[in-house]
Ligand binder design. Structure first.
Ligand code: GTR
Length: 418
C-alpha cells in the first residue's frame, strides 16, 4: 500500500504554517512537467552513459551552480592545515578511538573548525559517516572530554561558550556507539564554524575568508550558505584522505534538513563521496520544487535569503521557469548509491515530492545498467526499499532518529559489501 498523508497531520500542519499559506492538499498541486534529465540543452538525447558523463551531467551541474547553490571562489586552498589536537583510545566504553582534527584556513580572515571523529578499534581502515551538526560537537554526544568551543548566538550575532549542561543534548540524533558497533566511523563538525546561519553571514567563516576572490562585489551566482557548508564537507574529505585509519574511498556523506540539502549538494559535486544520504531535506533538497507542496522556493528564499545564490530568488513563484528540478540533483550522484529519507509528519518537506524526485533520477542510473528505485509508488510507512537509489518514509516527525540510521547503515552494508 502506498503512503498517504494523514488528514489529521494535514490539518495540524496547515494550522501551524498558516502564515506561509503553504499548500498541503494533493488536489491543489499544480500541473507540472519536469525538465528532461536525459535531453541536452541543444536537444541531443542522452542514450548512453558517455553522453551523460561528457555532456548532460556537466550542463546540469552548471545549472545548479548558476541558478541555485552558487559557486565557490576557490577549490582547495593551498594553505589549509589539518592538526590532530586530540587522540584517545578506549573511549565511549566500546573500545572506540576519538580524534579531533582542527582544519584551519586563511584568506582575508582566518578561520578554523574542529572535526570530531570516533572510529572502531579495528586493524583496518574503516568506512565513515560524515555529518555536519547544528549545535556544536559537544552537543552531539555526552563525552566530558570534548572541548566546549564557542557556538553562535544567532540573535546576538556573537559566538559564546556553551554551557556544560548542553553536552549531549542532541545525542538522540547521533547514535555513535551503535555506529561504531556496526563497524563504521563517525565524523561531525559544527556548521556554524563554516558559515553562521543568519542572513548577514558574509563577513564570517569561509565567506569572510574567500569571498574577496570574487573581486569588488559578490556575483549573483556566488555560493550561498548551503554551498559553503557543502564545500567544507569536501575539505573534511581532503583530511580523510590523509588519515590511514579511515577508508576514504568509503565516505558516506549525510545530513538532516538544511544539512540534508547540503549533503546532497556536496555529494553531487564531489565524486569522492561514495554514498550520499538525505534525511528530511525537503525544499531545495530532495523535494521537487514544481509541486509547491509545503515549503516553496519563495518561502525558503524569504525566510533564509542566505542559503542559496542570489539568482535563485528570480524563481520565487516561478518554479516552471527553472531549467532544473531536484530529481536532477539526485541524478548528479549517479552511479553512486543515494538514499532519500522522509518522515510521515514532515509534510513541510513534502515526502511524496522527495520520493518522486528519487524516482525521476532513475533513468540516469539505468544508463549505467544499475537498478534505480525498486518500487513504482511511494512505499508504506517504515518499509524501506533499496536499489542503487534507496527510500523510506518513517513514522514520526521531522527528525533524525535511530530508525533512520539503522536503515542508512543497512544501505551502506549493501553497497559496501559488508
Ligand atoms: C526549516 C526550513 C526547512 C528545513 C528546516 C531545518 O525552517 O524551512 O527548509 O531546512 O528548517 O533545517 O531544520
Amino acid at each position: 500500500m502506498a503512503w498517504k498523508a494523514n488528514p489529521e497531520i494535514i490539518r495540524k500542519m496547515s494550522q501551524e504554517y498558516k502564515r506561509f499559506n503553504a499548500n498541503y492538499d494533493e488536489k491543489l498541486v499544480p500541473q507540472y512537467k519536469l525538465p528532461e534529465v536525459l535531453v541536452c540543452i541543444d536537444g541531443t538525447r542522452v542514450t548512453n552513459k558517455d553522453i551523460w558523463i561528457e555532456k548532460r551531467r556537466k550542463e546540469i551541474y552548471e545549472l545548479f551552480k548558476k541558478f541555485m547553490y552558487g559557486r565557490a571562489p576557490v577549490n582547495k586552498p593551498d594553505n589549509m592545515t589539518f592538526e590532530l589536537i586530540d587522540h584517545k583510545e578506549n573511549v565511549l566504553g566500546c573500545n572506540a578511538i576519538r580524534k579531533v582534527v582542527r582544519i584551519s584556513y586563511e584568506g582575508k580572515i582566518k578561520g578554523c573548525a574542529n572535526v570530531l571523529i570516533y572510529l572502531p578499534d579495528s586493524n583496518k581502515p574503516c568506512p565513515i559517516f560524515l555529518i555536519l551538526n547544528f549545535n556544536g560537537n559537544h552537543a552531539v554526544i555526552n563525552d566530558a572530554e570534548i572541548d566546549l568551543t564557542p557556538v553562535w548566538n544567532f540573535q546576538l550575532r556573537k559566538k559564546i561558550i556553551p554551557e556544560e549542561k548542553t553536552r549531549g543534548t542532541n545525542s538522540s540524533r547521533y547514535p555513535v556507539q551503535r555506529i561504531i558497533e556496526r563497524g563504521y566511523g563517525f565524523a561531525t563538525c559544527y556548521y556554524g564554524d563554516i558559515v553562521p546561519d543568519f542572513a548577514d553571514c558574509y563577513e564570517y567563516g569561509v565567506f569572510g575568508a574567500f569571498d574577496y576572490l570574487f573581486g569588488e562585489k559578490r556575483p549573483p551566482d556566488a555560493w550561498g550558505a548551503i554551498g559553503g557548508w557543502a564545500w567544507f564537507l569536501s575539505r573534511i574529505q581532503d583530511y580523510f584522505e590523509k588519515d590511514n585509519d579511515i577508508d576514504s574511498k568509503k565516505t558516506i556523506v549525510l545530513g538532516h534538513s538544511r544539512l540534508g540539502k547540503t549533503a546532497l549538494w556536496a555529494g553531487a559535486q564531489d565524486e569522492r563521496f561514495s554514498i550520499v544520504i538525505s534525511n528530511d531535506s525537503g525544499c531545495g533538497g530532495a523535494a521537487l520544487s514544481r509541486r509547491k507542496y509545503g515549503e516553496t522556493i519563495e518561502i525558503i528564499n524569504t525566510a533564509f535569503p542566505h542559503w542559496f545564490c542570489d539568482n535563485f530568488k528570480k524563481f520565487n513563484n516561478r518554479e516552471n521557469e527553472l531549467p532544473i528540478d531536484q530529481h536532477m540533483l539526485i541524478a548528479l550522484v549517479a552511479p553512486r548509491p543515494v538514499y532519500i529519507a522522509s518522515a510521515d509528519e514532515d509534510l513541510w518537506a513534502d515526502p511524496l515530492g522527495e520520493f518522486l524526485s528519487a524516482k525521476n533520477a532513475e533513468p540516469v542510473y539505468k544508463l549505467f545498467g544499475l537498478e534505480g528505485l525498486p518500487v513504482d509508488d511511494i512505499p508504506d510507512l517504515d518499509t524501506p526499499c533499496m536499489g542503487t537509489i534507496g527510500y523510506h518514509i518513517r513514522t514520526g516527525k521531522h527528525d533524525l532518529t535511530t530508525y533512520d540510521w539503522e536503515r542508512f547503515m543497512d544501505f551502506a552494508d549493501k553497497h559496501l559489501n559488508r
